[in-house]
Design a binder for this molecule. Sequence first.
Ligand code: B3K
Ligand code: ZN
Length: 873
Amino acid sequence: MKESQPRTIYLKDYRPPNFIIDETHLRFQLYEDGARVTSHLHIRRNPEAVDFQNVLRLDGVELELQHLVLDGRELQSNEYQLDDEGITLERLPKAFVLNVVTWIKPQENTCLEGLYRSSSMFCTQCEAEGFRRITYYLDRPDVMSKFTTTIEAEKARYPVLLSNGNPIENGESEDRHWMTWEDPFKKPCYLFALVAGDLKYVESHYKTMSGRNVQLRIYVEPHDLEKCDHAMDSLKRSMKWDEEVYGREYDLDIFNIVAVSDFNMGAMENKGLNIFNSSCVLANPKTATDATFQRVEAIVAHEYFHNWSGNRVTCRDWFQLSLKEGFTVFRDSEFSADMHSHAVKRVEDVNLLRTAQFAEDGGPMAHSVRPDSYMEISNFYTLTVYEKGAEVVRMLHTLLGAEKFREGTDLYFERHDGQAVTTDDFVACMEEVSQRDLSQFRRWYTQSGTPRVSVTDEYDEERQQYRLTVKQSCPPTPGQDVKEPFHIPMKLGLVGDDGKDISIPHDNGVIEITDSEQSFDFQDIPSRPVPSLFRHFSAPVKIDYSYSRDQLRFLMSHDSDGFNRWDAGQRLATGVLNDMAEAARAGNQISVDQAYLEAFSSVLGDRGDDYPMLAKMMAVPTLSFLAEQSDTIYVDALVAAREGLQQRLVDEFETAIVERYQELAKSCDNAGTDSRSMGTRSYKNALLMLLASGNGKMLDELAYEQFSKAENMTDELSALAALVTANSPQATTALDSFYQRWHKDALVMESWFSVQAGSEAFGSLAKIEQLTGHPLFSEKNPNKVRSVVGVFAGQNWKQFHQADVSGYEFLADWILKLNKLNPQIASRLVTPLTRWKRFESSRSDAMKSSLERIAREPALSKDVYEVVSKSLK
Ligand code: B3K
Ligand code: ZN
């Protein structure tokens, strides 16, 4: 906690460290009331230090220092300076050995950083700056060291002792035992991990491309053993994919994953010992939905891919976070696309980007992919660094083509293996292999905000010439008033009258936009084409082109690009919803545009079998998406428009929707977990949900039947969600019976919480308060907080934004409570309030005063302080 204003850290102040640590030997003695950590460090001056100063500053937070021994001599307290954030030592020899003994209290650690307890185990989370809560150290990613770790604990309580690398020695005496692990690869301390507990494992093996045998284990609490197979299969698929697509082979003899139930985010890529939030690794069809299966596969892959993009080559400083995260998200996204469907995966990624990331770009926390400053680095694990960062890598892939891009990554991995580097180093490799000048492209890393690209066109019938005129701009963002033009790849298609692509003479249809205004001419165009702009969403920009509703319908059925077919439908629906919202605000009758009804009818009538895509095509844009697109957010009008549209679709098409639902229900393999079965379920359940949102007369009966007979969690939970969404008379019975059936399964209960918290019909504030008082709810468990408070504030627009503004006060209370317990989670919860300026005045004022109330708290954590103070600027 900070009483004074936290310090801002700037990229421009980066200096290499004065000292480096070649070897780190750690010994952990774990007890029920605390842990003793003994470190033995081989330290020497850094030959690459700039203006070397003989001062060693070791980071350390909430540690009890017991001994500090330099080259065998215990230092007296006047020989170093100790404060709340570390130790400073001066006048040191060129090279020396430092022994540090600290006493820490994992049992009292509720921020879940450093060494802490989860259930009955000990575990760690060190990225970004958690290692300093374990021992005094140079806690920065450019200090890479060789680690050995000895863990000693009571044998009966902690039979399993794990750390990074390979086990090399073990022993026991009386009721205690110990195990030593050695990691042969140098690494920064943020990749350190330790686990001790009574765990069971599932084991498998993988033969790498050079024929080495790797032992794979997933460690879980004994009752979760039945839930590991999917993660294990996903891991093997990831290992194979990284060999085939990037030529990257795994490098240790062992790869371990551990599932823990109290975890601040999804998972962590510690070298050889990935630690996962149990919700991101455990899955079987009885207890997990198809969406969870896909999430587990993606996160297992993401963490595995970090072994190269993150661990072997790591970040020089935390401003470079996107070097590993953006690149690794791009890698996991392409992996998922290869496993399932490229178009559907693209739709999912772009939906997230266009709602949440664009909102971040337009809000007070806007920052570039490589930020220039931060107060608390945990606040910068953002959609901008991750998802927009991945889009930037994707654009490099688009500009260079797959082959050159691969040459670039080969060069990057080879040149920088074992190093801590920058995003510039990454781009330099791409420049070198392609012989292209990417200096303008680098602005994607340094300029924040979402560029807007406006396109107009002219067709000259006589000359058979078509001209596109493109203008780009980017709005000011905090600290960046003026932007320079970006280098933007636009994958373009020109669709002719017959619905076929007209061939155009640009590289793979990629046009490069580099100026603020530019025109592109196309010859021999027989008739006015419909432009299909930014196919596959080739750049993270907002696109303005005044499509007529007929053109959008035309693209919906003819565009050869799957993503743009979907996007045309979304544009059409958004236009219609905006008209309806306007009518609602003016107090006029809300009517639905005929063109949209016809478009919907053709999707519903489509007999093709790309079910996951049909489910996406049919989805009405979310409130988050509509809000992000609005200049001023009028919540009631948007809610009314969306409800009105869903109601109208059901009024008009209920019979056809029900028939299609029943057909799909009949043909679906309920036990299947293959892409096809999952796709069928996704379409079937999208139809059921539409019936629920649009007050379908048959809903209760269909949903209750599906609920009672469900053979898998996807069907069971979708039916439950449909009943709750429709506020059906059966909803309470279904919730009770679901509870009876699953109350022993913590992860399933998280869905039970979130189905209620996210429901506009059901999740009133009173209900949410009841849920936070439920015996299975725990304020110390991040998953529970996210599934109730997070879902309510982030997804339940109608209830959270109630006109009496009680939702904002409720959220502020929770932020203040968590500020003390777990600042990272508290700070994430502020996000919905940070958007206050975008709302109409009554809500905007109330959101602002909730933020002001938080700001008045005297002991605000750095995390919350940064977000709240920047939001109030
Ligand atoms: N690298 C971790 C995230 C750590 C977050 C620290 N606050 C997981 C990931 O992106 O793979
Ligand atoms: Zn990552």
